[in-house]
Ligand binder design. Sequence first.
Ligand code: AMP
Length: 383
Amino acid sequence: MRFANFVVNPMILPGKTIGVLGGGQLGRMLAQAATRLGYRVHIYEPQAHSPAGAVAHREVNAAYDDLAALMAFARGCDVVTYEFENVPAAPLQAIAALTRLLPDWRVLETAQNRSREKRWLRDQGLPHAQFAEVAAGGDVAAAIRQVGVPCVVKTADFGYDGKGQLKVMGEAGLAAAREKFRGQPAVIEQFIDFACEVSAVVARSAAGEVSVFPVSENIHADHILEFSIVPARVPADVKARAEALARLIAGKIGLVGVMGVEFFVTRSGDVLVNELAPRTHNSGHYTMDACVTSQFEQQVRAICGLPLGDPALLSPVVMVNILGDAWAKGEPKWEALLADPAVRLHLYGKSEARPGRKMGHFTVRAADVETALAKARELKEKL
Ligand code: AMP
């Protein structure tokens, strides 16, 4: 019943307007893919002059809890999606009553809170790290003892890129955890001594068509993605399990749109689901330069009811994030990147380069991933 209108009017064709909640780089690259296909794009973002607003037809600056502004925005769009996970679910529900909102607000509500997300994984019988929940004002130390050490304490809300996380190695860490998470709802996760991290971006249409991009191997530095390597250097059965889990999750959660699914690969070869993000994912940026269809075009296709595009990989590739740290000694030296035909540079047009802030990325294609990775590391150093 929820999607009954899709049966009557399944396609939102080029020329129509896509609304995006969030004006960051994911919204920018979505707007670029959508405008290439002839769509109009409206961005809703609290801060003026956003990366996405700069490449869209319209940018509305208002708060995410300004219901009147959100309603006015939604009325001007044929479909609304989001690129930012911390949009409160209640206004999304109001938007869904006015126009098509995809993915469904309930998908975001589950994924944006670590407690709900972990509970959902457990209820669906999907593999995940053992965890315990602590309500606001609850006993963090008791929950840590329940899971055991080492463990990772995470805020239930508004966590990303390792923000709001604390690793607890032993009894000595209990006081610090109590202090840091005082009064906040939190999730305590068993620490996984993983062999590596991988992720998959999955797309699902309203008709139930599912497509998964090649699994990416991800290397983080200070909890922020540094390199994505594709094909991932893991056994074929690990890749197959990650892909199958992404497919399964997309179907079970009722996804219409795209979703990034992050996994831990344990030393014994188990694949555990770490996190779900019902939007495009940083680890899927490589698709823009190395796949037949990019994750952003796939998002447009999925939310507009178009046939999904081919996710096939055209060549081995490594994606490197460019953080604000690269500006420590002035403007980075782009010449080496720009001089190499196997390298593509993407900058997000952010004016202020703060440490840890994602300012852009580049991809390196080569005949094999080891060559691409060696070149990627070298080029990153030269910046
Ligand atoms: P998250 O924001 O939950 O994706 O965490 C960011 C990063 O912290 C992950 O990509 C891992 O590198 C690390 N991390 C998070 N949770 C765990 C865990 N339970 N065990 C080991 N490492 C973790």
